[in-house]
Design a protein around this ligand. Structure first.
Ligand code: NAP
Length: 310
């Protein structure tokens, strides 16, 4: 079905998206909001954020496709009510997220974080390799990305536990669900990987109390959203020696200010929101599929539930 896709983002390249969509569907035109002359001609929007001034003039929109796996960059209250909204999940994003999680887990497990510091101090301290059985990994969030992360970490030999809102049975993984099972989950692992959706309920979930309930010398890896972590609580627990180290891809303020206390803590590695990326070439087929679904009234892939907030 031919048509036009409204594009609006302050971080994505409209030309790259237009080319990726055109290569698969020459009848589909991706138009950057700055070049729009007839807003009524658009029935589908591909957005990181709405154009300045909002979507009011785009009266004929049937659906919105987020340019992110999350939707926290969109203020849902500013979107036209009732329009279906989809997250963007593509296999490349999942693979890059999984790679990041596995890399971070191994770096802490094999002590590379400590050896990097020892090397800089010109120190040689031999130790025996650790056993994976003594290093269970807990995954917070077992959705599209967390489920894939949990399964790959299990596949490379770590015992894995997982926690989510509803119960997700996954082969070989000990799963916990809901607030009542959170304490047991927090006691179940040595490294915790956060891949939760950010909602009112999960904001600040990595805090003094929950991280304090993790076994001594645990590791925290946050690749969900910066809002999941209470940064001052992590700094305090690292200084106290309770948390042995952390790898953080997402922070409360991005870019992280140069004077952020984490840069002074050698136990904490900050990466600049690089865990997962959406590439136009791999994600274009999903956008096109959702465009076609929106035009025929079929349910979108990766539809957001506004009541749940993810
Ligand atoms: P998803 O499929 O929606 O999964 C979210 C998970 O969070 C689900 O397992 C959900 O539980 C769980 N959850 C939500 N509220 C909860 C609560 N109150 N208690 C316990 N569990 C709760 O999302 P996804 O696509 O996997 O994305 C996960 C996160 O990754 C998002 O925050 C996204 O923004 C982030 N992300 C980061 C990067 C990066 O570069 N760092 C890139 C892409 C995405 P149920 O399954 O029971 O609903």
């Amino acid at each position: 079905m031919a048509g036009k896709i409204l594009f609006s983002s302050d971080i994505d390249d409209p030309a790259a998206w237009a080319a990726a969509v055109r290569a698969l569907r020459p009848d589909l035109e991706v138009v950057d909001w700055r070049a729009v002359t007839e807003p009524e001609a658009f029935e589908f929007a591909l957005l990181w954020k709405p154009p300045p001034g909002g979507l009011g003039p785009y009266r004929n929109l049937k659906a919105i496709q987020s340019l992110g796996a999350g939707i926290n960059q969109l203020d849902l209250s500013t979107l036209p009510p009732g329009l279906p909204l989809a997250r963007l999940i593509d296999p490349l994003l999942t693979e890059t997220m999984v790679d990041y999680a596995v890399t971070a887990v191994y770096r802490h497990f094999r002590g590379f974080d400590r050896f990097e510091r020892q090397g800089r101090e010109r120190r040689w301290a031999h130790e025996e390799p650790p056993a994976k059985d003594d290093f269970p990994v807990g995954v917070l969030g077992l959705g599209v990305l967390g489920g894939a992360v949990a399964q790959r970490i299990r596949a490379v030999g770590f015992p894995v536990t997982g926690w989510s809102r509803s119960r997700h049975p996954i082969n070989g993984i000990e799963v916990y669900a809901g607030e009542e099972e959170l304490p047991a989950f927090l006691a179940s692992a040595r490294a915790f990987v956060c891949v939760l959706a950010l909602t009112e309920q999960t904001a600040g979930i990595l805090n003094r109390e929950t991280m304090g309930a993790m076994p001594a010398r645990s590791y925290v890896i946050n690749m969900g959203r910066g809002g999941h972590l209470v940064e001052a609580d992590l700094a305090a627990l690292v200084r106290a020696g309770h948390i042995a180290g952390a790898t953080l891809d997402v922070l409360s303020q991005e870019p992280v200010p140069a004077d952020h206390p984490f840069y002074d803590l050698p136990e904490i590695l900050v990466t600049p929101h690089v865990a997962g990326g959406i590439a136009p070439r791999s994600a274009a087929p999903i956008v096109i599929e959702n465009f076609d679904r929106a035009m025929t009234g079929a349910p979108l892939l990766n539809l957001v539930d506004p009541a749940r907030g993810y």
